[in-house]
Design a protein around this ligand. Structure first.
Ligand code: FE2
Ligand code: FE2
Length: 278
């Protein structure tokens, strides 16, 4: 079961990466499929919690550097075939049937996807043809590397917290944070692919999501959101004279963080209430 979870985690990320590399309608399909695999991941996780089997979010390195889309799609299909065999080990037969049927459909659809040449690794460092200064390009590059990892980390942390909580108030907040982080990761991953600097986020250490003190995590998290806002503002200023569109995008991300802070504050107050009522 543990391997199954790891393989599903890897498959989710690999399809997401293929989505970043691709353009047009293929991308939308790949995003849908990666979302489906992420849901499989949460269901398998839930099943493991229910049967009391320990697990973590460790995974292997995922090689994604290709110059044609068909290469990564073939790799994904190989992964799917392995997973479709391994899934049989799961005792929840309804779950097995659901996942297996999704996997078969996804695999057959991937084989029909139109070929594309991939430029996500060409290190051009030019975004949508916008001529940025060297300083602005460096700042953007650094931001994308740091923040894409950060968003991935947040998805996994909030997912872990949600998987271990039965509290509807908190789980609503956790779900919003997962969805928001997915949107941010998608936005940043796409930009990295456009700039030819795409990379898979590094793995996350257990201590980051197996959280002992959630209140402290939320307090630190609020500080991090404030720092992220500052980074977005700096970036918006750095690109403003070369691209109004890009500046507006970073202002938009900046203001989204305000809502994250407000939700995290709500969660913190809620935890304090739980603590006080024993
Ligand atoms: Fe974010
Ligand atoms: Fe945020």
């Amino acid at each position: 079961m543990k391997t199954l979870l790891i393989k599903t985690h890897e498959l989710w990320l690999e399809i997401l990466m293929a989505g970043f590399m691709s353009r047009g309608e293929n991308r939308i399909k790949l995003y849908d499929f990666s979302d489906i695999i992420f849901r499989h991941f949460t269901w398998l996780e839930h099943h493991m919690i229910a049967i009391g089997e320990p697990y973590d979010y460790d995974r292997d390195i995922i090689p994604v550097k290709v110059d044609r889309l068909s290469i990564i799609l073939n790799n994904i299909n190989r992964r799917i075939s392995e997973l479709d065999l391994q899934i049989m080990a799961c005792p929840d037969k309804n779950l097995v049937q659901r996942i297996s049927s999704d996997l078969k459909y996804i695999s057959s659809t991937l084989s029909t996807i139109k070929e594309e040449s991939v430029t996500a690794f060409d290190t051009s460092r030019v975004l949508n043809g916008i001529a940025l200064s060297k300083e602005a390009t460096d700042a953007l590059t650094l931001f994308l590397f740091e923040e894409s990892y950060k968003e991935y980390e947040l998805i996994m942390i909030y997912n872990y917290l949600q998987a271990h909580s039965e509290d509807a108030f908190l789980n609503r907040i956790f779900q919003i944070m997962i969805d928001e982080s997915k949107f941010h990761l998608r936005s940043f991953g796409q930009m990295m692919a456009e700039m030819g600097i795409l990379g898979v986020p590094r793995t996350i250490h257990k201590s980051l999501y197996q959280i002992e003190d959630v209140r402290q995590f939320l307090r630190d998290g609020i500080e991090e959101e404030i720092a992220a806002k500052e980074m977005c503002k700096e970036l918006s200023d750095a690109v403003a004279k070369d691209s109004k569109e890009l500046a507006a995008f970073f202002d938009f991300i900046n203001f989204q963080e305000d809502y994250h802070i407000s939700l995290m504050t709500d969660a913190l107050v809620h935890y304090e209430g739980l603590e006080n009522h024993g």
